[in-house]
Design a protein around this ligand. Structure first.
Ligand code: GLC
Length: 801
């Protein structure tokens, strides 16, 4: 190696070290004065930096810091759903060295010099999270050269002490394992087809994580849409840090100590998923290249002829005329309304893809948007013209409220044609000219009149596009629940859209990412997730497809999808042996609908996802902290899929309690790892002792038949008790928001002889009519009893002997 080369390498090394070294940044000055306001304090620092600490709730504290200047009046974030918090009790104590803000649950201790913030449990005074160094900013521009847009802002960062045994979860969509400890991540929404493990960033930005140590969980939401970084002890064993290439150092601290409570608060702040139509839980089939209409009808027919349940077919970009959004290609789809009607009669709904790129061409969407001046422009006023599927295109400036409204209203076109849901793709936004964003650098967005940069707005583009879509659908069809699917996102996306994990590979490695990714998304506020079943790119096989369905049949979004040049992978493409197994799991999904829908409603109401890592239900059990090849649905169903070829046996960890093998009803004691058989026909599944699983007979599509009878399978805990609370509503309209639902609580206990089942008087005003309830205890050789449950929701008591 010559001298020059080694100097260059050394230089590169130094630069990359600097990029991750935040110790060299300027530290915030010591506190020089404290000003109290209604909900907290503003600290003025020696360097004229300002820190606003706000008590939003007893377990939710906001820290908002600006460096070298006063707090600006403007305080806006697209992620936040709730700014109106009821007053929470707190008090302030000051002494010469520190400032203490105490709520009923959290103590915030601010050391004055140097300025260090610590969060403690108000009851035990134990430190939950504390600064490792004062908040920092790049006053000297040390990192300028590594920023996406040095003109857009200054690098800001916070550093926290890394606990010796601290685990990290969340951060949204990452191609990574469940526990993020020791990982380093970047958030910059990017189109990354064929991504593999550790590819980072990918499509979404959810700058929220959960820390867990000594059974105490907290959350940190760094609400900053600039390119951001999270280091969970990757570059130093001392610290966790997060930072961004501009904006304020603005974060929210949530205190549990349970992960579930953190998630509920996080979704109080950023919003919850509204319930999608129940058929969104149905089986979905997609393929880039399904055209013309005859092929779509043939596909639906195949599904019905083969007795495979199906609710949705997706139309990818080829339905359009030259990729012009809000058009149909009239040769391929001469009568879209007729098509959706015919399919609809057999329970099949159509979802169309809608990309952000509008063809720059003389057609109504482009012309209207241009006339109204709704398109993104460069700083010199020129129209910004990225290249996407249609070639030269334009993007809407979704930060403009009128533009969002216009975009939403355009969807009348689809609704009039009977389209049932909208799939938003390429919304990072992807630009074939350059995927890093360089070509978009000088695009200016309206941003509430502030006229800000791509550096600030890139990561929220998809959030605002989905918002426009969702609000449009809601306006156009107020008696129906909108159903939107997105690829890119920012925190808060759950208010408007469900999501899928983009362009995966048809490989075992890609499949192994399903569980950590779905569970991680659930721990980041996004419960309605799924991945292309079978993988999107490359060539799969029957075994891979079956194993893929054995995960996705319980994922909220269950859609087989494939790229245009890939190999066919509809359920029957590898022969009847595989097809028969897939049928079994799809039917099981439909049988489990009452259970899945009940779990989905819990996610809607509490923010606690249905597709869970075990740590969410057993956070006091360290055996679960790294466990990401098993998952749970709700509290009750534990699933341990096979993630490698030719494997027919695996280890399964069962947490405390007692468990029942779903297939054999064999009982196991929890707190142990067992080896179980998993031939291709069987995915290991266990039901928690104490659970009751409500099921119905499988259907061709959701809503084909009413839930009648409902079978309650009872799995007793060691005390002989079990319970559930079945949730139901009309599955389609937003009336559930006004109390039109039914929650039926069922409790089982041991009686003098046999068991006593209490069906409690139901909650909510939805009346599904009289129907049969069938109670059985699978482990007692199917002891069962059928009753007629009254439509008015009266209580019933049943004896089971
Ligand atoms: C993107 C999407 C993929 C879709 C394709 C064509 O790659 O992620 O799902 O099939 O675009 O629209």
């Amino acid at each position: 190696m010559n001298k020059l080369a080694s100097i260059i390498i050394l230089l590169l090394l130094t630069i990359s070290v600097t990029a991750q070294d935040i110790t060299s940044l300027e530290k915030i000055g010591p506190v020089s004065s404290v000003q109290r306001f209604e909900r907290g304090v503003v600290l003025t620092c020696a360097d004229n930096s300002h820190v606003q600490i706000t008590v939003l709730a007893p377990d939710l504290i906001r820290v908002r810091t600006v460096f070298n200047k006063s707090l600006p009046q403007r305080d806006h974030s697209w992620a936040i759903a709730n700014t109106n918090w009821p007053a929470a009790r707190w008090n302030l104590r000051e002494d010469t060295s520190s400032i203490l803000i105490a709520t009923d649950e959290v103590e915030v201790v601010v050391n004055r010099s140097p300025l260090l913030i610590e969060f403690r449990d108000a009851r035990t005074h134990a430190v939950v999270n504390g600064d490792q160094q004062p908040m920092a900013y790049d006053a000297k521009g040390l990192r300028k050269d590594s920023l996406f847009d040095p003109k857009a802002g200054m690098f800001v960062a916070a550093a926290k002490r890394l606990g010796f045994d601290e685990h990290f979860y969340g951060l949204g969509e990452k191609a990574a394992r469940l526990d993020k400890r020791r990982g380093f991540f970047v958030n910059w929404n990017s189109d990354t087809p064929g991504y593999t493990e550790d590819k980072d960033p990918i499509y979404q930005t959810i700058p929220f994580y959960i820390g867990l140590q000594k059974n105490a969980a907290y959350g940190i939401f760094f609400d900053n849409s600039y390119k951001s970084y999270f280091d969970f002890g990757h570059s130093s064993q001392q610290r966790v840090w997060f930072g961004a290439e501009g904006g304020e150092l603005n974060y929210y601290f949530f205190y549990g100590p349970s992960i579930k409570k953190v998630l509920t608060r996080y979704t109080d702040l950023t919003g919850r998923m509204p319930l999608p139509p129940m058929w969104a839980l149905g089986n979905q089939q997609s393929r880039w290249g399904y055209y013309p209409d005859k092929m779509v009808e043939e596909l639906a027919r195949q599904y019905r002829d083969r007795d495979l349940p199906l609710d949705v077919i997706h139309l990818d970009i080829d339905y359009m005329l030259g990729y012009r959004v809000f058009t149909f290609n009239s040769e391929r789809f001469p009568d879209p309304k007729g098509l959706t009607e015919r399919l609809g009669r057999d329970g099949v709904k159509i979802i169309t893809i809608v990309d952000p790129g509008i063809k720059k061409d003389d057609y109504y969407v482009f012309n209207q948007g241009l006339e109204k001046n709704f398109f993104q422009r460069r700083s010199n006023g020129e129209l910004f013209v990225p290249k996407v599927w249609p070639g030269d295109s334009v993007f809407v400036d979704y930060t403009l409220p009128e533009a969002r409204k216009w975009w939403g209203d355009l969807h009348k076109f689809y609704l009039d044609n009977g389209v049932a849901g909208i799939w938003n793709d390429m919304n990072e936004p992807s630009d074939f000219v350059d995927q890093t964003g360089q070509n978009q650098k000088d695009v200016v967005s309206y941003d509430e009149g502030e006229k800000t940069t791509h550096a600030k707005n890139r990561n929220v583009f998809a959030l605002l596009m989905a918002r426009g879509t969702y609000e449009g659908l809601e306006r156009l069809r107020p008696d129906r629940r909108p159903y939107v699917i997105t690829r890119a996102a920012y925190a808060g996306i759950q208010r408007y859209s469900t999501m899928w994990t983009g362009d995966t590979n048809s490989t075992w490695d890609s499949l192994a990412l399903n569980i950590p990714m779905f569970t991680t998304l659930g721990l980041s506020g996004e419960p309605f997730v799924g991945s292309d079943v079978g993988g999107f790119m490359g060539r799969g096989n029957g075994e891979l497809l079956v194993r893929s369905y054995q995960i996705s049949f319980l994922a909220p979004f269950c859609r087989n999808h494939k790229e245009i040049s890939g190999y066919d992978q509809e359920p029957w493409r590898f022969g009847t042996y595989y097809e028969d197994i897939i049928r079994k799991y799809l039917k099981l999904r439909y049988a489990l609908l009452p259970f899945l829908y009940t779990s989905l409603e819990e996610a809607h109401r509490t923010g606690v996802p249905l597709f869970r890592p075990l740590v969410l239900n057993y956070q006091d059990d360290p055996n679960t902290y790294n466990l990401d090849d098993q998952f749970m649905i709700g509290d009750d169903l534990l699933v341990a899929p096979i993630l490698k070829p030719d494997v027919v046996r695996r280890l399964v960890y069962l947490p405390r309690g007692n468990w029942y093998d779903y297939w054999t009803n064999k009982q196991y004691k929890g707190g142990q790892t067992i080896a179980v058989d998993a031939p291709l026909e069987t995915v290991p599944m266990f039901v928690r002792g104490g659970a009751i699983i409500p099921t119905v007979a499988p259907m061709k599509y959701v809503g084909e038949k009413p839930f009648d009878p409902v079978t309650f399978s009872i799995y007793l805990d060691p005390n002989g008790t079990a319970s559930t609370a079945l949730y139901e509503d009309d599955g389609l309209s937003p009336a559930y928001k006004e109390g039109k639902f039914r929650r039926t609580r069922v409790d089982v206990r041991r009686g003098v002889r046999g068991f006593v089942i209490d069906v409690r008087a139901s909650e909510g005003s939805y009346n599904p009519g009289d129907r049969k309830f069938n109670f059985l205890i699978p482990s007692y050789e199917h002891v069962s009893k059928v009753i007629t449950a009254s439509g008015d929701g009266r209580a019933h008591q049943v004896e089971l002997k």
